[in-house]
Ligand binder design. Structure first.
Ligand code: AMP
Ligand code: MG
Length: 399
């Protein structure tokens, strides 16, 4: 069994030879990773522009106290008139500053007297004029390739008239749960040994939440032939295949053998981690297969630990799960000489992460309800020992 850190290094060391890239309509690119640098092809604004409604004039004429309004300059208009000595042009927010002017005096600072204005309050030179390049200058690198596209990136790209940015394609992830005891959603129970499958649905949610494209393939019985053909066809149509169950040492645990028999190269099988020690990660060409254990808590945690980083890696993204330091409000009993990922409640008090285990049950790795609430995973290393109240610990945040 591998040390947990070595298993993570093996995921990090995977090299991706070709990335899927595509052009998407701007707003559909929300949540994708940008695959090109976004460089300004113009200054914004391109010309000095008024930032308020008022009168454009020569600042040196402030001392006259009174200016003649020679014309009007609405936003979007092409003004040919320029500001002469002793005159001003009525100019609005977003209008280009007329030639000859250097300052805008807001409407609120003047009084209109026929075709003249009287200056009530003076302004400094350049007041309310947006300088060329105030927002960005031509050739500025505004958004680097590799950035996750969020709302501001959409707006900035729109201002650059980028209709279809180039992005990395999100990997497709086929999901299969194995186990003859499993019932799909809505399926009627026909004998008491059957249980409702949760794994394939939580995995579908994980893939969706963490930026993959899920293909739900449902549950398959512990029948080697069916498992072989399901995994084989899933590999052909997706970037990652994730399975649950059948990787342990039981007589009906066929998944681990099928993965090998399909000619996949095993990256690792078995990690000193709790939960999920039987996990298997393999590769076939540019496709990946992750065999997760069957227990619901195990498959969930190991999906977060291995599947989520792989989904990120295939689109050149940063892994969205982050680690922070936190303080224990309750003691933590270290139960295994393995890396452990223990569901806990967290809150932020005076800027500090605080951890407790209220309502969390100790038992098998089937207890998925431990993942409900404001949950994070408390991370301990295989060499760590039990911890006391007030000790500093590491938390893996899921958002
Ligand atoms: P296995 O890894 O196949 O030996 O399964 C271990 C345990 O996890 C068994 O108690 C299974 O019933 C349970 N289990 C397996 N698959 C699922 C699933 N899809 N949803 C919920 N529990 C499961
Ligand atoms: Mg099973």
């Amino acid at each position: 069994m591998l040390h947990f850190d070595d298993s993570i290094s093996k995921i990090e060391d995977i090299s991706i030879s070709t990335y899927k890239k595509k052009k998407l309509y701007l707003v559909d690119a929300l949540g994708y990773i940008l695959a090109e640098d976004i460089v300004a092809d113009h200054n914004s604004p391109e010309y000095p522009t008024s930032a308020m409604d008022g009168y454009a004039f020569k600042h040196k004429d402030t001392s006259l106290g009174r200016l003649k309004v020679s014309s009007i300059n609405p936003a979007g208009s092409k003004l040919s008139d320029s500001v002469k000595d002793g005159c001003c042009i009525k100019t609005f927010t977003g209008s280009l500053m007329p030639d000859g002017s250097d300052t805008l005096i807001p409407i609120e600072y003047v009084e209109v007297d026929g075709d003249e204005i009287v200056i009530k309050e003076s302004v400094p030179k350049g007041f309310s004029v947006r300088a060329v390049g105030e927002n960005y200058s031509k050739d500025d690198l505004l958004i680097a390739s590799g950035t996750k596209i969020d709302i501001a990136q959409i707006g900035v790209m729109a201002s650059l008239n980028i209709v279809t940015p180039l992005v990395y394609g999100k990997p497709t992830v086929s999901i299969i749960s194995t186990g003859s005891e499993l019932l799909e959603l809505g399926e009627s129970q026909t004998n008491p040994s059957q249980i409702r499958s949760s794994n394939n649905y939580i995995l579908e949610a994980i893939v969706k939440k963490y930026d993959g494209i899920p293909h739900q393939l449902g549950c398959i019985k512990d029948d080697k032939g069916s498992i072989t053909s399901a995994i084989d066809s899933a590999l052909a149509q997706s970037d990652i295949v994730v399975t649950t169950g059948g990787v342990s040492v039981g007589d009906f645990d066929f998944v681990k053998d099928v993965i090998r028999e399909l000619g996949c190269d095993v990256i690792f099988k078995g990690v000193r981690v709790k939960p999920g020690q039987h996990i298997m990660v393999a590769q076939k060409g540019d496709k990946f297969i992750i065999g997760l254990p069957g227990f619901a808590y195990s498959s969930t945690v190991t999906a977060l630990l291995y599947l989520v980083p792989l989904i990120a890696k295939l689109q050149k993204a940063k892994c969205p799960l982050t680690r922070v330091k936190a303080k224990l409000k309750e003691p933590f009993i270290k139960r295994a000489k393995k890396a452990e990922f223990t569901a806990c409640n967290y809150s932020i008090v005076d800027g500090e992460y605080i951890v407790d285990f209220d309502g969390k049950k100790v038992g098998s790795s089937a207890i998925l309800t431990n993942m409900l609430g404001d949950v994070a995973l408390l991370v301990t290393d295989e060499d760590d020992t039990s911890k006391s109240v007030g000790d500093s610990v590491t938390l893996l945040l899921l958002d």
